[in-house]
Every structure is written in structure tokens, then in C-alpha cells.
Write a protein that binds this ligand. Structure first.
Ligand code: NAP
Length: 559
């Protein structure tokens, strides 16, 4: 082993969510000097922050949990098919505590800047508590959806009642029972909140700019005997998730859409609509994602189901999307969402017709009228995928800023490495397989690959690893090309980088955020890169092949 380096840690992981927890587990097991820096007061990431009513998985719980530990699989009991946020947070704490991972985490530590020191091949991280911490490798376990965004309208600070983004729903939840509540937005989050609180609040007014397609979650309890059956099937479950494009047990219907009769299509959809989870989206014909006619037919089908559930025909029409087809944006799953609009205390305001003008002291003003509220809920989404990166001042070689490099959209190699930003790794980065898959399934793949790479680096005395420019350009082009086959490229959603509240992310500025080739293909590509000696990376250090300084060394215990 070479001399101890002068870094504080060999690896610093940023973020203690699903990815950060697993990443630190892998590093601790290897005996590496590593820590996790987390901005929030506790671990859990998305499941710590999003404590709004109705927050829950829309992955089957047992496909969402980690697969890496037989003990965890044996000991943890899921209570619902689609587990609610408090249970999910309990689960992540259970995993962290079981392996004493909290000992390697620091909370209330927001990383404001990360600067690469080329002379020493180390990163210097500035933390909001005033410290500067150094490390050889930084692993960005930032969430895909961790930077909430508010509408760009005047007067938000003037409101005298209580208001918050769903991401920051107070951990001491407000009593809404007699309150007049406004909710802005009708994305996956709002759809969960509205279905949950409609019958628990005094009055609820939903401000909808564009409706979203959604389908029933069909949740149920998991009994002890269900859990025993699930446990017996875990190997099979994870094997299936590893071979399906979305990382679920749902497999696409491989019959050709146009080769089966309309009756057969309807019979499939009738069945899937009433089944739990994403079946209606992911067990459907593959053509619904690529063929306009197929997509129009499934969209008409779902629209009819909405008409059947919403009593007032005008409200039903307002809730049916007209600007995009079913499934080309991420499909929210709902419980009692459409039925909420049949209640006397729930009102729908179509702000595509009467836009929001401002927030007032007493509520909201549209171009048509003033509304008075006690509580305003912003369910207005996220500066997705790259937002969390943009908020850290990341400076690579020659002081280049990542937020400048990614101004028009991310470019990466495999979604893991970035040219110009050596020794910075992203297990669930933009353009990786994680964003378009059942998240933890992608995360385990990403973390394992990153960890294998680090082991390779340590074993071979590699102290600097960077994507080459051509390799990054090829990957980014590949990711871009895959969008050309997908109807999703036409939709305004966070999958294409759309967010009207973020400068430069407005309509018309498509960003190639996610790898659309499916997880199995992604895995085969990244494994091939590793098998070929990490082709596409420039590796240097005392032991790296061709390095003039020569001599392998292992620095993993530094710090
Ligand atoms: P979102 O899908 O981006 O929805 C944001 C909503 O706010 C949209 O209806 C949007 O309208 C509206 N909005 C934004 N700015 C507005 C403005 N200035 N004025 C009026 N309306 C405005 O965000 P989200 O609902 O938080 O969901 C984001 C993602 O989080 C989901 O796609 C999903 O991947 C994830 N999620 C997962 C779960 C789960 O796993 N169970 C649950 C919730 C969310 P426009 O459409 O017109 O822009």
C-alpha cells in the first residue's frame, strides 16, 4: 500500500437516499474511508422529504426494496402492496441501522461547492457548516427529483396563510380538517395528495394547467401469508426485474398491436386497468410508446374510463389530456383521484383557460377571480435530473463549471462519468439506466458498477479517472438517438427536461435526460465497458497502464 494521502476521506458520497445508503454500505464493507454528506436532517432522501398525505410507492413494494441482503429480505415485512411513505422511511432506517450505516453519515451538511484540484487529483468540497472536506473520489448520489420548483408568479411571500411545496410538507402535519385548501398542479404528486385528502379537508380547489393521464393503483394489504409467499419468490422476482426493460415484474405484451383484434386489445386493457400497479402502462403493447395510432387507441380507452368515473361530463373532459397520449409521460397511479371530483367540497379550476396571475394575501388570483384559502399546496414538480447538480458549484478541470457544461442538457459517459470532471462518479446520474427504471433496481446496478470501478482503481493504483471526450460524445448521441423512436419526445414532461418554472427548461428545449434502452441493455453495455478495461476512460496514476510514474498501489484506507 502506498503512503496515506492527505485527503479527509477516500470517498465522499453526497446524498443519503436510496442510492447513498447502498453506496456507503458497499464502501464500508470494503473497509474504505468514506462518509455520506446529506443536506437533510436525516436519511431517506425522497422518502424523508416527501411526507405529504398519500405519498407511497407505485412500484410493488417487494420489487422496490433492496435485493443485496438476504438478511434484510428475510427480516423485513412489507405491509402494503404499494407501501406508504412512513413505512418506506422506516424501511430505509431499518436497513441503515442494521448495518450501522449512520456511523458513516453526516446530516444537515449541504455541499455548496465541489472543486477538483488537478495538482493532487482530489476533490475539495465546501460544506454549509464552513468545513472544506477533501476526497479522492466523489460519488454523487443526488436524487433525480430532489430540487422542488415553485411557479414563477408574484406574491408568494405575501400569503398570510400556510403554504408549502409537497416536497416540504411539514413533518408536523397541519390539521386540514376545516381548512380551505388550494393545490396547484396535477402531476403524480398532486394526484396522490388529492385522492388522499379530498374527504379529509374542509374544501379543496385544484388548479390544473394540463391534465395528466393516470390509472388506478389498486393497492391492497400484504398479510403474513402473502409475505411468506413473496419471500419464497424473491429470487424469481429480482430475476424478472433484471430482465424487463422497466425493472418491474410487468413485462410488455409482445403480440403486435395491429396483429390482434380490437376485441383482444380491449379485453387486455379491461384486465390491466383493474390490476395492481403499472400493468396498464408496462404490460401493454410496445407500440403504444412508438406508434401514433396505437397510442391514440389506448388514450381513447383511458379517456372513456375517466368519463365513467367522473359524474360531471364537463369536469371529466377537463381531466382528460388533449396535448399528449397515454403513457408518453410517466403515468401517475391513483386511488380515488377521479372520484374526488364527484365530491361537493372539491372544485377544479382550469388555469389553461384562466391562468394564475398571482398569490395574494388571502389566496390566489386567476385572470377570472380571486379565491380565498387557508392553505396553499404547491405540487409543482422538480428541476428534474440535473437540478440537484446545478445547485452545487461543481468545478472540474481548468475551473470549468458543470452547470455551464450542462446548460443545454447533460452529456455523460454511461451516465456515470463526465469528461472534464475526473474522479466524480454518478451511480444514478443523468443518462444512466436508473431514471427510466424501477428506481432501486437501477440504483443497485449503478452502485455495484461504480464500486467495482473503484476497486479496480484501488487495485491498480489509478488515481485519476475521466471519460474521454469522444466516448462521452458517443454516449450522449446514443441517448439522444433513442428518443427519436419514442413518442415521449413530443411530451412536455420532466423526462424531456420541461419545466416552465426553470429558466432555459421551458417549452421547446428538449433535454436528453434518460437512457431509454431499458435496464438489461444498459447493464450489458456497462458490463462490456468494464470487461474491456474501462474503455472510454482515461486512467492514470502510479499503477495505471502506460503511466510514466509506474508502480501499483492501494490507497483505499486513506483518510
Ligand atoms: P410534475 O409531474 O412535474 O407535475 C407538476 C405539476 O405542476 C404539473 O401538473 C404542472 O403543470 C404543474 N405546474 C408546474 N408549474 C406550474 C405553474 N407555474 N402553474 C401551474 N401549474 C404548474 O411533478 P410531480 O407531480 O411532483 O411528479 C414528478 C415525478 O415524481 C413523477 O413523474 C414521478 O416520477 C415522481 N413521483 C413518484 C411518485 C411515486 O413513486 N409514487 C409519486 C409522486 C411523484 P404542467 O403539466 O402544465 O406543467
Amino acid at each position: 500500500m502506498t503512503d496515506k494521502t492527505e485527503t479527509d476521506f477516500e470517498v465522499i458520497v453526497i446524498g443519503a437516499g436510496v442510492a447513498g445508503i447502498y453506496q456507503i454500505k458497499r464502501l464500508v464493507d470494503l473497509g474504505v474511508s468514506a462518509t455520506v454528506l446529506e443536506a437533510a436532517p436525516d436519511l431517506g432522501g425522497t422518502w424523508y422529504n416527501n411526507s405529504y398525505p398519500g405519498a407511497r410507492f407505485d412500484s410493488e413494494s417487494y420489487t422496490y426494496g433492496y435485493s443485496f441482503s438476504k438478511e434484510v429480505l428475510a427480516e423485513w415485512n412489507w405491509r402494503e402492496m404499494f407501501s406508504p411513505q412512513p413505512d418506506n422511511l422506516e424501511y430505509l432506517n431499518f436497513v441503515a441501522d442494521k448495518f450501522s450505516l449512520r456511523d458513516h453519515m453526516q446530516f444537515n451538511c449541504r455541499v455548496d461547492a465541489a472543486v477538483f484540484d488537478e495538482s493532487a487529483n482530489i476533490w475539495r468540497l465546501t460544506v454549509n457548516d464552513g468545513r472544506t472536506l477533501t476526497c479522492s473520489f466523489v460519488v454523487m448520489a443526488l436524487g433525480l427529483l430532489s430540487m422542488p420548483t415553485y411557479p414563477k408568479i408574484e406574491g408568494r411571500a405575501d400569503f398570510k396563510g400556510q403554504s408549502f411545496h409537497t416536497f416540504d410538507w411539514p413533518h408536523d402535519p397541519p390539521d386540514l380538517s376545516d381548512k380551505r385548501v388550494a393545490i396547484i398542479g396535477t402531476g403524480a404528486t398532486a394526484i396522490q395528495v388529492i385522492g388522499e385528502i379530498a374527504d379529509k379537508v374542509g374544501d379543496l380547489t385544484v388548479f390544473q394547467r394540463r391534465p395528466n393521464w393516470s390509472a388506478p393503483l389498486n393497492n391492497s394489504k400484504i398479510t403474513d401469508s402473502d409475505m411468506a409467499r413473496i419471500r419464497a419468490r424473491y429470487d424469481e422476482i429480482f430475476e424478472t426485474c433484471a430482465r424487463t426493460p422497466g425493472g418491474f415484474e410487468h413485462e410488455p405484451d409482445r403480440r403486435g398491436f395491429h396483429e390482434v383484434s380490437r376485441e383482444e386489445r380491449l379485453s387486455l386493457w379491461d384486465r390491466l386497468y383493474d390490476e395492481p400497479g403499472f400493468g396498464i402502462w408496462l404490460q401493454n403493447f410496445r407500440e403504444i410508446f412508438t406508434d401514433d395510432d396505437a397510442n391514440a387507441e389506448i388514450s381513447d380507452y383511458i379517456a372513456d374510463r375517466i368519463r365513467q368515473r367522473v359524474h360531471d361530463p364537463e369536469t371529466a373532459e377537463t381531466l382528460i389530456p388533449k396535448d399528449h397520449g397515454f403513457g408518453v409521460q410517466r403515468v401517475p397511479l391513483e386511488t380515488n383521484y377521479f372520484e374526488a371530483y364527484n365530491r361537493d367540497n372539491v372544485h377544479l379550476v382550469d388555469i389553461s383557460k384562466t391562468p394564475l396571475e398571482c398569490v395574494t394575501e388571502t389566496g390566489l388570483r386567476t385572470t377570472e377571480q380571486d379565491y380565498a384559502f387557508d392553505v396553499i399546496v404547491y405540487a409543482t414538480g422538480f428541476d428534474a435530473i440535473t437540478g440537484a447538480y446545478d445547485h452545487v458549484d461543481i468545478q472540474g478541470v481548468g475551473g470549468e463549471r458543470l452547470r455551464d457544461k450542462w446548460r443545454e442538457g447533460p452529456s455523460t459517459f454511461l451516465g456515470v462519468f463526465i469528461h472534464g470532471f475526473p474522479n466524480l462518479l454518478m451511480p444514478n446520474g443523468p443518462q444512466s439506466g436508473s431514471a427510466s427504471t424501477n428506481y432501486p433496481r437501477g440504483i443497485e446496478v449503478g452502485v455495484d458498477w461504480v464500486t467495482d470501478f473503484l476497486e479496480h482503481a484501488w487495485a491498480n493504483g489509478i488515481t485519476r479517472a475521466e471519460a474521454t471526450e469522444p466516448a462521452e460524445a458517443r454516449w450522449t448521441q446514443h441517448v439522444t438517438d433513442m428518443y427519436s423512436r419514442m413518442l415521449m419526445r413530443k411530451a412536455k414532461s420532466w423526462f424531456t427536461g420541461y419545466n416552465s418554472n426553470v429558466e432555459g427548461h421551458e417549452e421547446g428545449s428538449i433535454r436528453y435526460f434518460v437512457y431509454n434502452g431499458g435496464m438489461p441493455k444498459y447493464v450489458s453495455v456497462i458490463n462490456e465497458v468494464a470487461a474491456n478495461g474501462y474503455e472510454g476512460l482515461t486512467l492514470s496514476g502510479p499503477g495505471a497502464p502506460g503511466d510514466p510514474s509506474g508502480g501499483a498501489g492501494d490507497r483505499r484506507s486513506a483518510g
